[in-house]
Ligand binder design. Structure first.
Ligand SMILES: [Zn+2]
Length: 403
């Protein structure tokens, strides 16, 4: 979800913090929408501000696009007594019984999971998963095209309605310290967040800090979670994953430059159970489970990593998945996207590994085609632009938010 332009963190005069510190501090500061709070943060962190300017270009994330609404919602919630978390309307929608036995060796870690109980308030599953339904809502019915890998512009797309993968997000929303005496605040912030993401149709699922799993947009519909994005598996290429992939967001705020996981232990347990259920239900291969940072692209400058939530520290192993940070980033080798090296400085080795492997694969593919890297990249750009314009023409009527 989160977005800020690291490269625009620029000292304006005199002595400035070193580039690494500057990038990290600027990144954190850019996520603070209130200017006074941002100033306090910067004073605490780097002292005298007369020497450099951390202000960046406007961010592009679901929360950042309407920060005033979130703050207003949060303010309203804080006026309510503790425990007055209100539910929103929902429509009862019967899901097919889940009984997924995954057949492929790759997907065999997803065990059989089935629905145990379903009612208008919640669902429970055989692996301990409980889904809260009070914020559930609808959006456009999911229908999307997949493209044969390497022949994306051949006109041989296939239309599907079942989700093909999962994109993991963080909400990058305000946080109270995770301590017992902060319970009321944590609940109020969480309730405001639920209202916000429901209004935005921002995700299919939100996992709050106590590990409660909230369905936001029904699995049958698209959600506005991944905008411009690219992923691929062994056979197919997926673009603009709002439709093709389910979006799960962890209520968390990234701590850049640390090895700490942003998720609470309860969130990890819930995320594992939810991922297991969805993979079993839709036969989702492990390689189609990726973080927003890994899939996000910016067609305007042809750079990957436009959003960088979970650019590092996603608990792949903790939720029963292989470390997909080791996969070559598909946008690089499929469509020639490049990346911002300042992003790598902040996000570290995990994200960099996929980018470096993606670039290496691009080089090898160029050689195999007897082309220089710039020539090959230009051909891939053309291919991406063609696929994207086809996609846009098909979805124009839906007014989908893909940016
Ligand atoms: Zn995201």
């Amino acid at each position: 979800m989160l977005r800020g332009r690291l490269s625009s963190v620029t000292p304006i005069q005199g002595k400035a913090p070193n580039p690494m510190v500057r990038a990290v501090v600027g990144w954190q500061a850019n996520r603070i929408s209130d200017p006074v709070a941002r100033l306090h943060f910067l004073r605490r962190t780097v002292g005298d501000l007369s020497t450099w300017n951390p202000v960046s270009a406007a961010g592009r994330s679901h929360l950042r696009s309407h920060p005033g609404r979130l703050v207003a919602a949060l303010g309203a919630m804080l006026l309510l007594p503790a425990g007055a978390i209100t539910g929103s309307g929902f429509l009862w929608n019967r899901h097919p019984i889940v009984n997924g036995t995954v057949g492929t060796a790759e997907a065999s870690s997803a065990s059989s999971v089935w629905a145990v109980e379903q009612n208008k308030d919640f669902e429970t599953y055989s692996n301990g998963l409980r889904i809260e339904r009070r914020y559930e809502t609808g959006n456009e019915a999911r229908t999307y095209d997949v493209y044969p890998r390497g022949f994306e512009d051949s006109g041989r797309a296939e239309t599907r309605t079942m989700p093909a993968g999962i994109v993991f997000h963080t909400t990058e929303s305000p946080q109270a310290e995770f301590k017992e005496d902060q319970t009321r605040r944590i609940r109020l912030i969480g309730a405001a967040l639920l209202d916000y993401v429901r209004n935005e149709r921002a995700y299919h699922y939100l996992v709050d800090r106590f590990g409660r799993v909230w369905r936001i947009v029904r699995e049958t519909d698209s959600a506005n979670h991944a905008g411009y994005s690219v992923w691929a598996d062994a056979e197919w290429t997926y673009i603009s994953l709002n439709r093709a992939f389910l979006g799960i967001s962890v209520e968390a705020l990234t701590q850049p430059g640390t090895d700490r996981s942003e998720a609470t232990p309860a969130q990890l347990t819930a995320l594992r159970a939810l991922t297991e259920m969805l993979r079993a239900k839709y036969r989702i291969p492990v390689t189609n489970c990726a973080t927003h940072a890994q899939v996000s692209v910016n067609p305007d400058n042809m750079q990957a990593g436009y959003h960088y939530d979970w650019a590092a520290n996603f608990p792949y192993a903790g939720i029963g998945l292989p470390n997909n940070y080791s996969l070559p980033t598909p946008s690089l080798w499929l469509f020639g996207f490049t990346y911002d090296t300042s992003l790598v400085r902040v996000t570290g080795e995990q994200f960099w590994k996929g980018l470096a492997l993606g670039e290496e694969q691009l080089r090898q593919n160029a050689t195999a085609h007897g082309m220089s890297v710039p020539q090959y990249r230009e051909a891939l750009f053309k291919r991406y632009r063609k696929v994207l314009s086809t996609f846009k023409a098909k979805t124009e009527k839906s007014k989908e938010n893909i940016g």
